[in-house]
Design a protein around this ligand. Structure first.
Ligand code: ITT
Length: 191
C-alpha cells in the first residue's frame, strides 16, 4: 500500500481522511514522521493556503504529501468566514466561539445559505495538483449534534435532515467537501 503524508495538525481532519482513503493508501501523520512544526497559512485564498501548507511540509520532509484548506462561506456574510474559518472569533478561539460569532451575525437574517469548500494540494514527485470539493447547505439557528468538528453542529447539508454533527461519520464523509476533494485526489493517484 503506498504511503502519503498528510500535512495537518488538525486531528479531526486526519481521522476523516483516513476513513475516506485509508483502504487504498497508508495516510501518515506529521507525528508518524516525527515532524512537530507549526504550518504557516498566511495566504488570502483557500487555494493559496493549501499550496503553502503542502509545500512547507514537502520541504521539511522530502516526502510526497498533501494539505487540506477548508472554509465555510456564508452568502449573507459575503463569503465570510471563508479563509478565516479557523480563527474567525480571534486568535486562539475555540470551535464553539466561532459558531457563537456566526450565529450572532446571522441573527434575524433570512438567507442562511452557505457552503463548505475544501481545496486539497497534493505534491507528488515534486509537482503540485489541486482538487476541490464543495457542499451546499444552510446555517441553522441552534447547534444540533455532537459528532464532527468545527461548524458541523450548525451546518445542514441540502437534501438532508441531519446536521454534519448528527450524521454518522461515513455519511458526512460520503457527501462532504473534504470527501469530494479527497475522492478526486484518490482517483488521480490510483488512476
Ligand atoms: P490544518 O491547517 O493544520 O490542516 P486547520 O484547523 O487550521 O488545520 P483550516 O485552516 O482548513 O484547518 O481551518 C478551517 C477551519 O474550518 C477549521 O478550524 C474548522 O473550524 C473549520 N472546518 C474545516 N473543516 C470542517 C468540517 O469538515 N466541518 C466543520 N468545520 C470545518
Amino acid at each position: 500500500m503506498p504511503d502519503l503524508l498528510f500535512a495537518t495538525n488538525n486531528q479531526h481532519k486526519l481521522r476523516e481522511i483516513r476513513d475516506i482513503m485509508g483502504l487504498q493508501m497508508r495516510i501518515l501523520s506529521l507525528k508518524d514522521v516525527n515532524l512537530d512544526v507549526e504550518i504557516p497559512e498566511t495566504q488570502e485564498t483557500i487555494e493559496g493556503n493549501a499550496s503553502q501548507k503542502a509545500w512547507f511540509i514537502r520541504e521539511q520532509s522530502g516526502l510526497n504529501c498533501f494539505a487540506d484548506d477548508t472554509g465555510l462561506e456564508i452568502d449573507a456574510l459575503d463569503g465570510r468566514p471563508g479563509v478565516y474559518s479557523a480563527r474567525y472569533a480571534g486568535e486562539g478561539c475555540s470551535f464553539d466561539d466561532n459558531i457563537t460569532k456566526i450565529l450572532l451575525e446571522l441573527k434575524g437574517v433570512e438567507n442562511r445559505k452557505a457552503c463548505f469548500r475544501t481545496v486539497i494540494c497534493l505534491i507528488l514527485d515534486g509537482k503540485e495538483h489541486l482538487f476541490e470539493g464543495r457542499v451546499d447547505g444552510t446555517i441553522i439557528k441552534e447547534r444540533k449534534g455532537i459528532d464532527g468538528f468545527g461548524y458541523d453542529p450548525v451546518f445542514l447539508p441540502d437534501g438532508f435532515t441531519q446536521t454534519f454533527a448528527e450524521m454518522p461519520p461515513y455519511l458526512k464523509n460520503g457527501i462532504s467537501h473534504r470527501g469530494r476533494a479527497a475522492t478526486k485526489m484518490l482517483k488521480r493517484i490510483t488512476g
